[in-house]
Write a protein of this length. Sequence first.
Length: 313
Amino acid sequence: MRAATIRDGEVVVAEHPDPQPGAGEVLVRVRAAGLNGADILQRAGGYPAPPGSPPDIPGLELAGEVQALGPGAQRFRPGDRVMAITGGGGQAELVVVHERQLMPVPAGLDWPEAGGVPEVFTTAHDALFTQGGLAAGERLLVHGAAGGVGTAAVQLAASAGAHVTATVRNADLRDGVRALGAHDVIGPDGFEERGPFDVVLELVGAPNLPGDLKALATGGRIVVIGVGAGFKAELNLLALMGKRGRVSASTLRARPLEEKAMTARAMERHVLPLFDRGALSVPVAATFALDDVAAAYERFTAGGKLGKVVVTA
């Protein structure tokens, strides 16, 4: 099979042996795979794949058709449209995924849209509701809301009845984020004066953390799931104590199969029905063929996009 391959800090297309599904696993013919910040970090050598995933083939989310079943796999059948988060290897013609991580593709989504769902909507749903405990009527601040996870978070929170404020640096993208359900869309400067917020979804990184705390409501929660602007920050613990606040952070990639399966079942219960009803959409900023995967990475890092960059295979 052909696959995007990391070599010497670059992404090229190379031939690899076809993967074979083991017990409980499914071989998927990949049709589309979204790019994420983790892929950029992995390309630079800063985010190695977890054990059991291809060390040199990036790609954390994918959509495609079931091609073959490993021993004991029975949730899906050959030809079924499926999508999943995986530890790596998604940007290829073929990938092996455990059946418990797979989800059915909603009927209304085309391949590029489906390839942009699993990582960002799972991450956003887990961060907002499982980690952050967001409830109807609460006030949410989403930083970096024009990206994949940001656009997912805005829609999920608005659908749940929260009041959503979104920060978007590029003024040209703010109307697009507002159209996804954000009640207020602002530039990142001075956001701390727009609170108080019950939940802050931090997708930008360390420079925002002092302002996040200032903007936090009493009993509020800051959930950190993006650090593109920096890893380290100074935090006033006395102020955090005074607000009886909480700071948490998480990633999905390194979680064990059992926990990843739980997030997939939560998606099936709470998120996929919203796609079926037309309440959610997947903004796709650009698509690239697998042969042009290097250009896809450059488009992703260039910024100024609303939603996902997707590689089609």
